[in-house]
Structures are given as structure tokens and as C-alpha cells.
Design a binder for this molecule. Sequence first.
Ligand code: PXP
Length: 242
Amino acid sequence: MSPRLGVNIDHVATLRQARGGREPEPVAAALLAQSAGAHGITVHLRADRRHIQERDVRILKEVVALPLNVECAATPDAAALVVALQPAWATLVPETREEVTTQGGLDAVFLQGHLRSVIRELRSADVQVSLFLDPIPDQVRMAAKLEADAVEINTGIYADLPQGADPLAELNRIREVSRLAARLGLRVLAGHGLNLRNVGPVAAVPELGELNIGHSIVGRAVLVGFERAVREMLEAMAGGVP
Ligand code: PXP
């Protein structure tokens, strides 16, 4: 069975923010993703609010039936805001103002003391917590120790391999860490940089319950429409030829 698809709609909001107006409306994209068969909606509420705004999260929560996953920095302020917004899931990610997109996973080993209190605050407010981690066994072990509900394995290194490079070593890291996470009782997700061409081998990892995919779906949607872009990704995840 192929994993569920969480559609990240940040870059619909990027396009809207480019002109500071109302269009395109990310909530409309989420509804189209829902009708095309997506299983979840993800947004990253960045501290600099460069794309998704609090208002988007509030409306998404109200009108979209799919589980909502809000990515945010692992800070007390971000956690307090997420608690107020009450999505089903929060994914804690590293965040710096200079980066174009999330760069690498959280260092859960280094940040353990700090993460423990943020995770506790979110979970005690009925928000399930996922940690975005590089495919490193010690990071996953720490996520289990900190009582996260899930880990999202960073596929960025796999996705960014130069053309012609053998992806096997990186895929094996993702496979082994996914197996470990499942054995530790964590839900296992993956994402970053996945597209129609590279998603197949990741979607075939049996422990991966869900993939979070954004940029490539939004990019394709500009050309073929949002519902078709989501359907094509679901087909590629199921092993179909894109
Ligand atoms: N997962 C996490 C934790 C992310 O930060 C992002 C990017 O916002 C994604 C998945 C989606 O990555 P992409 O846009 O490259 O598909």
C-alpha cells in the first residue's frame, strides 16, 4: 500500500504574497487537493510570515476536512501559537530567516532539553507532534525518548543528489531509519524535495505512512491545475508512470 500524501500549500501563499493581495487563495488549493484525494494538508507558519499567515491556518482549520499539519520552529512562542490554532499535528523544524527553505533536520540530540518542554506543551494541548529529522539513527532514538508521536525523515539529501549519482546509499539510510522509527513505535513520514521523478523509491519504503510534498506539486499545478497535479503525485507514489 502506498503512503498517504500530505500536500504542502506554502507556495500557493508565496505567489499571493508576491503581490500582497488575495490571489491565489491557499485555502482554495487545499480544497482542490482534498477533492483530488490528498490525505492531509501541511503549512509552514514561518516566523517571518513570508508565505502562510495565521489567517490561512484559521480558515484551513475551519473549512478543510483533512488533518492539518502546521510546521513551525521549536520555540515557546511558535508552540503557543500552534496550541491556539489547534491543528491535528505540529511538525517542529529548524528555521532561520536567511534560508530559502528548511535546511536539514532538527538536531534533537543537541536540543533535547528545549524540545522536551515544547513537545510536552503541544501534546498536552492535544496537538500531535512530529520532528523533522535527518536520517540518523541517534536522532530518531531521541525523538522516541522525547515522546514525539512521529518523525518526518528529511529526504532532501536524496532529492538533491547530482544527476547520475547512485541514490542507493541515501535510500538505504532512509529505509533503515524508517524501520528503526517504526520499531520504536513512532509514526514515520518523509519529505523534502520529492517530485514525480524521484518519489517512487521513497514511497515504496513500507514503514513510511505519509509523504509531505509541496514545491513540486505547486509548480506542476501552475501548468496543469491543482487537482491534476495532486492526482499525478498519488499515481507516482503508487508506482504509476508519471
Ligand atoms: N517537510 C518539511 C519539514 C518541510 O519543511 C518542507 C518544505 O516546507 C517539506 C516537507 C516539503 O518540501 P518540498 O516543498 O520540497 O516538497
